[in-house]
Design a protein around this ligand. Structure first.
Ligand code: BDR
Ligand code: CA
Length: 316
């Protein structure tokens, strides 16, 4: 079999984070070395429990979970329970965690995993960037073991948590700034891309029709998540942001990319955490530092996601 891409998923589950974890577990193209958690959609303790429950649902409690940041590098934690519910993953019942989180904190786990890995590891950041920012700030020695950082966050256009800022980038701009200035390979999957990944009624029907608990659970998550998206943003169907990062690792051609100079606003009365993406000029002043996701092949994306979920659910 072809080489599997080793990844660590840094997340705040969260309905779309949960689907991203399941997608990684159902895809032979990637090897999930561990899950690190952060505050974000809920408090970090809830995000950790949710990650453990998702792994239990998939029958993969062997995957280590390490607890990460309770708040950002600067300022207070701003949580997303208003989207994801009281638990951070409201909706259908889930199995209890089968195993406690490991003794190492997220940054320690990442440091050890990168150092001991025979090959460079891809870091998938689908919550606030705090754990990854602290890793690069405090452990520069692991830089040469980072294959790339691919993150869901920001946008080339509008925000969602504020008029201009996306939730994850708004949650910890200082951490994002460390990553964007790191000189490492970075891919950004922002709202301009993920708003193309809508779980339409047809997609949800395909989840329900799988006939196993993984498919049914995903369908019910989409029900809760879709309700929030309709109530808050008047979307007809929820955008399933986070799995776009995993899909891009499995098959980079599912997304069209453009190289661009990207920074984040650290100040700004109204714009803190906004990504500034220099895409509109032919001759930008600054060299490109990020591959920016632009266009999603929607049909292929959902085929890829749903086939993986079905494979996972049939086997677990
Ligand atoms: C991002 O914020 C969270 O609500 C989602 O999990 C996703 O990572 C979208 O703005
Ligand atoms: Ca997330």
């Amino acid at each position: 079999m072809a080489r599997r891409t080793p990844i660590v998923v840094d997340c705040d589950p969260g309905h779309d984070d949960a689907v991203a974890i399941l997608l990684a577990l159902g895809s032979p193209e990637v090897e999930l070395l561990g899950v690190t958690t952060t505050f974000g959609n809920c408090a970090v303790a809830d995000a950790t429990r949710n990650a453990q429950r998702v792994l239990a649902l998939a029958g993969r409690s062997d995957v280590p979970v390490a607890v990460g940041a309770a708040g950002p590098i600067a300022g207070d934690a701003d949580l997303g329970n208003y989207v994801h519910g009281t638990s951070g993953l409201d909706g259908p019942p889930l199995p209890e965690p089968q195993r406690p989180p490991i003794d190492e904190a997220a940054v320690e786990f990442l440091t050890r995993t990168l150092t001991s890995s025979p090959e460079a590891v891809t870091l998938v950041a689908i919550g606030p960037m705090t754990n990854i920012g602290l890793l690069l700030r405090d452990h520069p020695e692991v830089r040469n073991k980072v294959a790339e950082i691919i993150f869901m966050g920001g946008s080339t256009e509008r925000g969602n948590h504020t008029p201009t800022a996306e939730f994850n980038t708004h949650a910890d701009p200082e951490a994002l700034d460390i990553v964007l200035r790191s000189g490492l390979p970075v891919r950004m999957v922002g709202l301009n891309l993920t708003h193309q990944a809508l779980a339409t009624p047809g997609v949800v029907e395909r989840m329900s029709a799988m006939g196993h608990v993984v498919g049914r659970t995903c369908a019910e998550w989409m029900g809760f998540f879709g309700g929030s998206y309709n109530r808050i943003w008047e979307f007809e169907a929820p955008p399933v942001h986070d799995p776009c990062t995993i899909a891009a690792i499995i098959d980079p051609s599912v997304i069209e990319w453009r190289e661009a100079f990207v920074v984040t606003e650290l100040d700004g009365t109204w714009t803190r955490g906004t990504t500034v993406v220099d895409l509109f000029r032919r001759y930008p002043d600054q060299a490109a530092n990020v591959s920016v996701a632009m266009t999603l092949d929607v049909e292929r994306y959902w085929d890829l996601v749903l086939n993986s979920l079905d494979r996972l659910g049939a086997a677990s």
